[in-house]
Design a protein around this ligand. Structure first.
Ligand code: AMP
Length: 490
């Protein structure tokens, strides 16, 4: 079996890996590290969860450290472009960890933070900068950054970059960097448009490909339940109340839909937060931190908010709405069953979505087993109807009637209302959304895992229909992790 010491990395990096307790390289690391160390371009087909960050970061850091060239003001030596704020933060965190023994400078910039903060971040020059494309170009326009001496360019999650409409930004950025550079290009999928982009960026690249979608799917216990759209929330509530759930990630097609699910779960006594493109950066960070720590065991997400995020210990993924793009189903359920663990993925399919289901089954080359509606379902539907839902917060109303899909915008602007749903305390920043890419909780918190538990139980939903005290254990409503109520997410 390949060991890290076989790959040609220098000792300070091996020491950093030992400190992280990484025993053996993942397949993409074993393939990519020796190649990247030679300075060759790389085309990697891999998704998050395969260890691809270390696969490109470790050898790049090694090259930047040997020989060590000190960046001067505004100059960047290695640029990593990531589609979402969350992923950018996550990559920057990894860079900091891996660079701990080699004294390289790292930084991260993304929209949703004060522009001056980004200007300051790069002012003295950096060895490694992780950026979302929109904020990077803001700095370019302000002449606050100099990419003319870039040595290494990394494009991460290229397919998502395209989905988010970053193509023009990418084309502009590539004009700003030197032709003689090393380029590392990663994408989970390789449709024609991505291949063309890769060809434009890369010179004679080595190719590595890991974890074809179908193999990830095999380890996951999947099922589909046929249910009316209007009754999905009751089904979800019942499911969460009756199963042993450690952490459940629920996927909604729209931002409005995600907020509504949270309101319904909250009304039923189940603590949940939503994460999507209309949430402010602090809200998203809190929601993720609360989910990771186990304080809030249910997270309702839209696709672009959840993609690329590494959340260990997700026991259940619920496709509340089936995705239009079948590959997205694979990405979604890949949030569970990570690191060799088993996971459970359930899907709710309304009549309208049968065609989506057929596409998913074709893509994954398997027929999803049908799970019947569970006992107590009709009682759960009635009970949920009888509950008074919390009033939508201001920003949520803006989406009414439209139910827009998160990330349906293709020209660098958010599709939702410009005013994000924010708790009072977060409004002060007046956030600028120069990149609509979504964000992640970068300040990776510990993920104190909880034992499996029943998430909550509303009296009206208990099989015996009793009306006693709620044995609810998850915290209610929003405010994830901050110990204060957050009406906007309620
Ligand atoms: P990534 O695909 O880069 O997002 O990595 C997914 C997760 O795997 C992260 O939590 C990494 O810290 C972790 N990881 C990466 N490489 C290794 C390794 N060789 N051994 C164990 N864990 C790893």
């Amino acid at each position: 079996m390949t060991k890290f010491t076989d790959l040609g990395l220098s000792k300070p990096l091996l020491d950093a890996l030992a400190a992280k307790n990484y025993a053996v390289p993942t397949p993409i690391q074993a393939q990519a590290i020796p190649t990247v160390l030679t300075g060759r371009d790389l085309l990697g087909i891999a998704q998050t969860g395969t260890g691809k960050t270390a696969a490109f970061m470790l050898p790049s850091l090694d090259r930047l450290a040997n020989p060590r060239v000190h960046p001067i003001a505004k100059r960047i030596r290695m640029l990593v472009l990531a589609p979402t704020r969350e992923l950018a933060s996550q990559i920057a965190e990894s860079a900091r960890t891996y660079a701990r023994n080699i004294n390289l400078t790292t930084g991260v910039i993304f929209g949703g933070t004060p522009p001056m903060k980004s200007v300051r971040e790069v002012a003295r020059g950096l060895d490694v900068l992780v950026a979302t494309p929109g904020r990077l170009l803001d700095l370019v326009d302000q002449r606050a950054i100099d990419l003319s001496r870039l040595e290494i360019l990394v494009l991460d999650e290229a397919d998502q970059m395209l989905d988010l409409g970053f193509i023009h930004a990418l084309k502009r950025i590539v004009q700003l960097v030197p032709k003689t550079r090393q380029t590392l290009f990663f994408s989970a999928t390789m449709p024609k448009a991505i291949k063309q982009l890769a060809d434009a960026y890369l010179t004679n690249p080595a190719e590595v490909s890991v974890t074809p979608a179908a193999t990830t799917v095999e380890r996951i216990d999947q099922s589909v339940t046929f249910v009316n759209q209007a009754e999905k929330a009751a089904l979800l509530t019942l499911y969460l109340q009756t199963k042993e759930i450690e952490r459940a990630l629920v996927f909604s097609r729209t931002k409005h839909g995600a907020d509504k699910i949270v309101r319904q779960l909250t009304a039923a006594g189940i603590g949940a937060n939503a994460i999507h493109g209309n949430k402010s950066q602090p809200q998203r960070e809190r929601a993720l931190a609360a989910f990771k720590s186990g304080q809030m065991p249910v997270l309702v997400a839209t696709d672009i908010a959840a993609r690329g995020i590494d959340i260990p210990g997700v026991s259940h993924v619920c496709n509340f709405d089936l995705p239009d793009v079948p590959e997205q189903y694979v990405h979604r359920i890949g949030r569970t069953a990570r690191a060799g663990a088993d996971g459970i993925a359930i899907a709710f399919c309304s009549d309208d979505e049968r065609i989506n289901l057929r596409d998913i089954e074709r893509t994954t080359r398997q027929k999803l087993p049908t799970a019947p509606l569970p006992d107590g379902f009709m009682a759960a539907v009635q009970a949920l109807k009888a509950l008074k839902l919390p009033t939508p917060a201001r920003g949520e109303r803006g989406e009414r009637g439209g139910g827009r899909r998160d990330g349906g915008h293709r020209h660098g602007r958010p599709s939702g209302p410009r005013v994000a749903i924010q708790p009072i305390g977060d409004r002060r920043h007046g956030e600028q959304r120069s990149d609509q890419g979504q964000r992640r909780d970068g300040a990776v918190r510990s993920d104190g895992q909880r034992h499996p538990q029943r998430i909550g139980s509303h009296p009206a939903h208990r099989p015996e229909g009793g009306a006693g005290k709620r044995p609810f254990r998850g915290r209610r409503g929003g405010g994830g992790g901050q110990g204060r109520p957050n009406r906007a997410q309620g």
